[in-house]
Design a binder for this molecule. Structure first.
Ligand code: DPP
Ligand code: ZN
Length: 868
């Protein structure tokens, strides 16, 4: 593997001002003529040949300024085209290539999904369509002419506005699209096929009418309403919250069923994994609706943060992704409950990003070296990247943050920029030196903050010491102290104490810049409990010794909802860690009483209560243990605590199920979804007790559910009970949704998650189900992805069979779809923290994969880094 380094960045030697693509679609023999107007980059010292990127292309002919090039004027291979002596003055280069969309199983470049042609170019897929300077700092104006058989592809779409269309001989037709905004090649898109369309419109705040179109397979039109609604809300919100207006006359979304990622923000023509567009109450759960809303928003917001202002190079990926995740999180917070959104985001961050940051795949938010860029679309770049933007806002304040964003949009519109350019805008707007803050982009690993406090009753003071600990991570043995915004308060029996810091009323925020610092709070008239890291103000692991009484105080009196939730989790985690060591440890009755109290007050904020009721996950527990983890012992501990709660609180839980019934027709709105989440959380917990009443409640819900949220919750609970009723429910569900792949995915996932010895065989069997296919990423992720990422005991079987099975599948998928294969391999990211037996087996499996000849760069990279 040949790594690419940030330090080696050079501006492009040539610029491409315009691109004219002429695409003649044929299933196996698509012909592409790309006509580029090129000139030397005045900012480049580069001399000599023009070298264009290519990947798997079949070259036909090239023309320089309209004249066919003799073969000694260039060299060409599937991987590149080089013009030996490019003219000094601007010139036109036309190149004809052929490609076979139907053979493109990588789903990068131009490929077929069901009956449609579509494209995916981020990060380096455009070079699979034509020879090009396929890098994000080359911005060009694109004109795309698509020609196809009318019968096969009545719909022809590309970026921008349609300027021309018409019919041709032999039943063919064409359309020409022009995108006036210069863009990098990764934002190019084209779609052609026989698709249905749902249209709407949006009037921007300056009064321009924008046509909105969503394209789906015929028969799925009725599943787009929520996506369309979410799009309109996103457009309005970006105007209000960030002052950003849409810029083209049309905005299109196409849903396809074969897609490696969630969705793609191509200019004016977003292409989506259909999972994040299609949603009906009968087919999608509340979480699916929330995900559709968030991803529609995310891709739309990229129009400004990503498209109008793009990345200079792929090391800057977080420039667009971290910022855009931050923006979509803020959008969802405004549309729903802010504390609930925050808790869910932090849960995701901890489970995905902290485990990445704590293992061999750790990398900075802005990496400085990569072997394969596809492997850096990670939780660190996205989720931690969003946290960094959030911290920036916390540190400089809302006003300076807004001013910095405005400056960024104004100064860099139409440019390809870096994290330094981004931060400079905020440094100027806030008149602060953000040099130390920059370390958040450069240093990998999850920092630990250790806190110790001491109340001085006589003086009425509270001494708080905060210390930062930055453990070594791959490639970074030594680290510099970082800057942490720490929101905090001191809590008494009746809530926050009105304390002072440095003689002034304390505003709730400190910025820790030193390795260690002591704070002395005044006016502390009663023994306080410190509530630290409120709202999870920095992506760190907080270590603070709080006993059970202190946690109970926070649970009931903390003004910060995040820390109230955190107190419930910290308390449960204490019990769980004891149970992992000794399963006979009695469960603390004060905890059970606290849960009873939560349930009793559940109606006030059901969604929040549901989150507090849910115990830390197996991966949360494992991460807390840190090393020599036995997943079976973790699972056992969690089961014991669940069973105890279920038995001691059966009546309370059954009452909650009753009380949280949602009246009236289904609505995906947060209020109803919150009631369902509490109801289903209670159902899940009470069924852990295994009593007939509990299981009857689940069976009744399964039978009469009128929406997928309740139906899935009941199905999952029944399946987990490993009873004949569970098998019956699985069978019935399969029959009901036979023709609905996205719903069958859920059915596959539920089974892949079962913490049972027999699950591996079940998963193997399900691979023979006619609904399963190794070629479709959604199917693979639903069954295999769920098995290896959401089934800790069975993926990590003591006999290593889970590893072997997943490895075989990865090796089978790799030659067809390396990105998908590499993604699955990431499931091994915490292998070093396992107990010795499993660790040895996991390492042997990884070594076996790494040794195979002919691995893709994607898989080789993950395997090698995992073992390093
Ligand atoms: N850029 C896409 C997104 O995250 C993924 N390639 O929106
Ligand atoms: Zn994105």
């Amino acid at each position: 593997l040949e790594p690419v380094r940030l330090a080696d960045y050079r501006v492009p030697a040539f610029l491409i001002d315009t691109v004219h693509l002429d695409i003649r679609l044929e299933r196996t023999q698509t012909r592409i003529v790309s006509t580029l107007t090129l000139r030397r980059n005045p900012h480049s010292a580069g001399q000599g040949a023009l070298k264009l990127d290519g990947d798997g292309l079949v070259f036909v002919e090239a023309w320089l300024d309209g004249v066919s090039l003799p073969s000694d004027a260039y060299s060409v291979s599937p991987h590149g085209f080089s013009l030996h002596q490019p003219p000094a003055e601007p010139f036109t280069l036309a190149i004809e290539t052929r490609l076979d969309p139907s053979a493109n199983t990588q789903l990068m470049g131009l490929y077929r999904s069901n009956s449609a042609y579509c494209t995916q170019c981020e990060a380096e897929g455009f070079r699979r369509i034509t020879y090009f300077l396929d890098r994000p700092d080359v911005l060009s104006v694109y004109t795309t002419r698509i020609e196809a058989s009318f019968q096969e592809a009545p719909v022809l779409l590309a970026n921008g506005n349609r300027t021309e269309h018409g019919s041709l001989a032999d039943g063919r037709h064409y359309a020409v699209w022009h995108d006036p905004f210069p863009k990098p090649s990764y934002l190019f898109a084209m779609v052609a096929g026989d698709l249905a369309m749902v249209a709407d419109s949006f009037t921007t705040r300056s009064g321009r009418e924008v046509r909105l179109e969503i394209y789906v397979e015929h028969g799925k039109e009725d599943r787009c309403a929520y996506a369309m609604d979410a799009l309109k809300r996103s457009m309005r919100w970006d105007e209000q919250a960030f002052g950003r207006e849409y810029d083209l006359d049309i905005f299109m979304i196409v849903a396809v069923s074969d897609f490696n990622m969630g969705a793609m923000e191509n200019k004016g023509l977003n292409i989506f994994n259909d999972k994040y567009v299609l949603a009906l109450p009968q087919t999608a759960t509340d979480s699916d609706f929330a995900a559709v809303e968030a991803i529609i928003a995310h891709e739309y917001f990229h129009n400004w943060t990503g498209n109008r202002i793009t990345c200079r190079d792929w090391f800057q990926l977080c420039l667009k992704e971290g910022l855009t995740v931050f923006r979509d999180q803020e959008f969802s917070s405004d549309q729903r409950s802010r504390p609930v959104k925050r808790i869910n985001d932090v849960k995701l961050l901890r489970s995905q990003q902290f485990s990445e940051d704590g293992g061999p795949l750790a990398h900075p938010v802005r990496p400085e070296i990569y072997n394969e860029i596809n492997n850096f679309y990670t939780a660190t770049v996205y989720e931690k990247g969003a946290e960094v933007v959030r911290m920036l806002k916390t540190l400089i304040g809302d006003e300076a943050f807004a001013a910095g964003m405005d400056l960024y949009f104004q100064r860099h519109d139409g440019e390809a920029v870096t994290i330094e350019d981004f931060l400079t805008c905020f440094a100027e707007a806030s008149r602060r030196d953000l040099g130390q803050f920059m370390l958040w982009y450069r240093q990998s690993g999850t920092p630990e903050i250790r806190a110790e406090g001491q109340w001085d009753e006589e003086a009425g003071t509270y001494h708080l010491s905060l210390k930062q600990i930055l453990a070594p991570t791959p490639g970074q043995p030594n680290k510099q102290p970082m800057l942490f915004p720490i929101r905090l308060g001191l809590v008494g029996e009746d809530g926050d104490l009105p304390v002072t810091l440095d003689g002034k009323p304390f505003d709730g925020l400190v910025a820790l810049a030193e390795s260690e610092r002591n704070y002395v709070f005044g006016n502390v008239r009663q023994a306080p409990v410190p509530s630290l890291l409120r709202g999870f103000s920095a992506p760190v692991k907080l270590t603070v010794a709080l006993d059970e009484e202190a946690l109970l105080t926070l649970l009931k009196a903390d003004s910060d909802p995040f820390n109230r939730w955190q107190a419930s989790q910290s308390y449960a985690l204490k019990l769980l860690l004891r149970l992992v060591k000794d399963p006979t440890t009695p469960v603390d009755p004060r905890f059970i009483a606290a849960v009873r109290g939560l349930l009793a007050g559940g109606a006030v904020d059901p969604a929040f209560t549901a989150l507090s009721l849910a115990l830390p996950s197996e991966t949360d527990i494992a991460r807390e243990i840190g090393n020599d983890v036995d997943p079976q012992a973790v699972y056992r501990a969690r089961s014991i605590l669940r069973r105890t709660l279920a038995r001691d609180l059966q009546a309370d839980l059954l009452r909650t199920i009753e009380n949280m019934t949602v009246a009236g027709p289904y609505s995906p709105q947060a209020a109803d979804a919150g009631r369902r989440s509490l109801r289903n959380g209670a159902l899940d917990l009470v069924c852990a007790g295994g009593t007939p009443q509990a299981l009857d409640a689940a069976a009744a819900q399964f039978d009469k559910a009128d929406n997928m949220t309740d139906e899935m919750a009941a199905l999952a609970t029944l399946a987990l009970s490993a009873t004949p009723a569970g098998e019956r429910a699985l069978h019935n569900f399969r029959e009901r949704y036979d023709n609905d792949p996205l719903v069958i995915d859920k059915w596959m996932g539920v089974q892949a998650m079962l913490p049972l010895e027999a699950t591996l065989d079940r998963v193997k069997e399900l691979m023979h189900d006619p609904a399963f296919s190794l070629h479709n990423p959604n199917r693979v992720r639903a069954l295999i992805g769920t098995f290896c990422s959401a089934n800790q005991t069975q993926f990590n079987r003591a006999d290593g069979e889970g590893y072997r099975f997943v490895a075989d599948i990865i090796l089978a998928i790799d030659p067809k779809n390396p990105q998908l294969a590499a993604r699955l391999l990431v499931a091994f990211k915490t292998w070093r923290s396992l107990e010795q037996g499993r660790r040895t087996l996991a390492a042997a499996t990884l070594r076996d994969i790494a040794r195979r000849p002919g691995l893709s760069r994607d898989v080789a990279d993950i395997a090698q880094r995992s073992l390093a």
